[in-house]
Design a binder for this molecule. Structure first.
Ligand code: 4NP
Length: 147
């Protein structure tokens, strides 16, 4: 099972989402992340995301930003977006109903706010939201793969 977390820059939210979800799933799951823009391609996550993850014993420092591409629809089973803008951008690249069905908001009906222009407290708030969302996703996917 392969899962992709998507935000705008792939340096703040989706790297955290990747690290958190990975920590809750068995090793036969692949978790990756991407951004809808390529502006930060090749860069490590924002130091505030790295620091926040480290506070909860998760290492995301080795990740590298990369843009979302249409090929990701074929390479992943589930694509989770952080906010409605990311969702719209990803869906605009989908060509089939099967591809569209793989895409949803990570928090169901809520958005993960962009902490980029905020401070370290905003990153901690984002962490808490992502942690809850990742619990939910991990429960769903592990019970699904067991049945
Ligand atoms: P992210 O945050 O989408 O959570 O990675 C952002 C990163 C970069 C920018 C905006 C949001 N930016 O404008 O460069």
């Amino acid at each position: 099972m392969k899962i992709l977390m998507v935000c705008l820059g792939n340096i703040c939210r989706s790297p955290l989402a990747e690290g958190i979800l990975k920590s809750k799933l068995p090793a036969n799951f692949t978790v990756d992340s991407a951004g809808t823009i390529d502006m930060h391609a090749g860069k490590a996550p924002d130091h505030r995301s790295v620091e926040t993850a480290k506070k909860y014993s998760i290492d995301i420092s080795k990740q590298s930003s990369r843009p979302f591409t249409a090929a990701d629809f074929d390479n992943y089973d589930y694509i989770y977006c952080m906010d409605r803008s990311n969702l719209a951008d990803v869906l605009s690249l989908a060509k089939t109903e099967e591809q569209r069905k793989k895409v949803s908001l990570m928090l169901g009906d809520r958005e993960v706010p962009d902490p980029y222009w905020g401070d370290i407290k905003d990153f901690d708030d984002v962490y808490q939201l992502l942690d809850k969302g990742a619990d939910h996703i991990a429960n769903e996917l592990t019970s699904q793969s067991a049945s």
